[in-house]
Design a protein around this ligand. Structure first.
Ligand code: UD1
Length: 417
């Protein structure tokens, strides 16, 4: 196992390029199952989660290759319908094959993902939506066993605007008979990208990006080509990297509009944020002000940037309150940030972040994907060396983080543990 070693204190400068969005690619890979033949997806990040989803598809008999950020998925020889526990437990997004398998095969056997490091994370909304579309579902031996003799479109109202359940329902409904309406749909850019992909395959999805999505079922879909949208969480992480180091950096090939909520908060904290086309320029400063944040669904402040933002607030000049409303226990980064000297107290779903003069490097452990990004960011400003172990978490969502940060002047390296 590798670890990342960072020697803090460098102001970042220069430019960094953002890759394709992991959370857009994963459902799009599953949506390829809806058509027979080869689909091609470009601007795909070389990430562990993408490789895991590729393995999930390969277990279904799909031929898939990922070369130079181009993913080819050929479903011509597809003959399986099971997403096994050994893969689903390593990546919850494997559940995205449920809807497409039901739509294309009329059956699916998908392992229940179980809990995750920050809480129970149920999949009840996915299951209920499939049932509402007419699927029979049994839970047996830890698996969702689903079957259908033809899905039928209908209105589905979600109690929570879930990204995953919205995506799964869109995919299942794409070839269902009649019209499906998703009420209280997730509005995230990744949902819009999936709708565009399904439409490029010949589907009829409207309203993606609003809270009501309509899917007119079509008889069949055809393979297509698609370029992935930029990763807004990677973008936000580098914006915070510029801010926390009092650096001056340009973030290229991104979509500034997708990170508006973070830009607004950073500006309030005194950070310079300028957007032009697909580039964001960040000008950090030493005396960052404290700004409270509440995570919420898009276009609100993303839960996937909460940990990284907490690293920034750990070195801000004052006290801040960070409330997590999406995954209420998502604070596994807190004990590790405390090891670096941060003053953070948790009360329910709220973190109270106090002022400390400086952070100091220490050995810490990555506990999940975004938590590990927070530790990298804290390490960039901590005195001395920070050693981050279990970096496989970071490889799930950040391609070449040490070369990208190194290119900006950070002293960072990956070494065998
Ligand atoms: C996706 C993202 C994840 C991000 C999250 C919220 C992917 C692969 N992952 O996860 O990075 O943090 O959106 O932006 O895109 N819920 C239920 N029942 C369900 C489904 C969800 O109660 O069946 C709840 C969840 O526990 C959570 C809320 O709904 O409290 C939102 O979760 P959801 O949007 O579904 O997150 P994911 O799709 O799992």
């Amino acid at each position: 196992m590798d670890k990342i070693v960072i020697r803090g204190g460098q102001k970042l400068k220069g430019a960094v390029k953002i890759g394709g969005a992991k959370n857009a690619v994963l459902p799009i890979m599953a949506a390829c199952l809806l058509a027979r033949g080869e689909s091609v997806v470009t601007n795909v990040p070389g990430l562990r989660d993408v490789v895991t989803m590729k393995s999930v598809l390969e277990r279904l008999g799909v031929r898939a290759s990922l070369n130079d950020h181009t993913l080819r998925i050929d479903t011509a020889a597809m003959d399986g319908f099971e997403a096994p526990y050994d893969l689903v437990r390593t990546m919850r997004a494997s559940i995205y094959v449920l809807g497409p398998l039901l739509a294309s095969h009329g059956k699916a056997k998908v392992s229940l993902p179980g809990g995750c490091a920050w809480g129970p994370r149920p999949v009840d909304l996915h299951i209920r939506a499939m049932q509402e579309l007419g699927a029979q579902i049994e839970i047996e031996h830890g698996y969702i066993i689903a079957s259908s003799s033809g899905l039928k479109g209908r209105p589905i109202k979600f109690s929570i605007a879930s990204v995953g359940a919205t995506a799964n329902t869109m995919m299942a409904a794409a070839t269902a008979e009649g019209k499906t309406q998703i009420i209280n749909a997730a509005k995230e850019p990744e949902i819009v990208a999936l709708a565009e992909f399904i439409n490029k395959m010949g589907g009829a999805v409207t309203g993606a990006g609003t809270d009501t999505i309509e899917i007119e079922g079509v008889k069949s879909l055809r393979p297509t080509e698609f370029a992935t949208i930029p990763d807004r969480i990677e973008t936000g992480t580098y914006m915070i990297a510029g801010a926390i180091t009092a650096g001056k950096i340009e973030i290229k090939d991104c979509c500034p509009q997708h990170v508006d909520s973070l830009s607004m908060v950073l500006r309030q904290a005194g950070v310079g944020v300028e957007c032009s086309g697909g580039t964001i320029s960040i000008k950090g400063r030493r005396d960052i002000a404290s700004v409270d944040v509440l995570t919420s669904p898009y276009p609100g402040f993303p839960t996937d940037l909460q940990a990284q933002y907490m690293a920034l607030m750990s070195v801000a000049r004052g006290n801040s309150i960070i409330s997590e409303t999406i995954f209420k226990d998502r604070f596994t980064h807190v004990p590790e940030l405390r090891r670096l000297g941060a003053d953070i107290k948790i009360e329910g779903n709220t973190a109270h972040v106090g002022y400390v003069k400086r952070l100091s490097g220490a050995p810490v452990m990555a506990t999940d994907l975004r938590a590990s990004a927070a530790l990298v960011l804290a390490g960039l400003v901590a005195d001395g060396e920070t050693h981050i172990s279990r970096v496989y978490h970071i490889d799930r969502g950040y391609e070449g983080i040490e070369s990208k940060l190194g290119g900006l002047g950070a002293l960072i390296e990956r070494v065998p543990e």
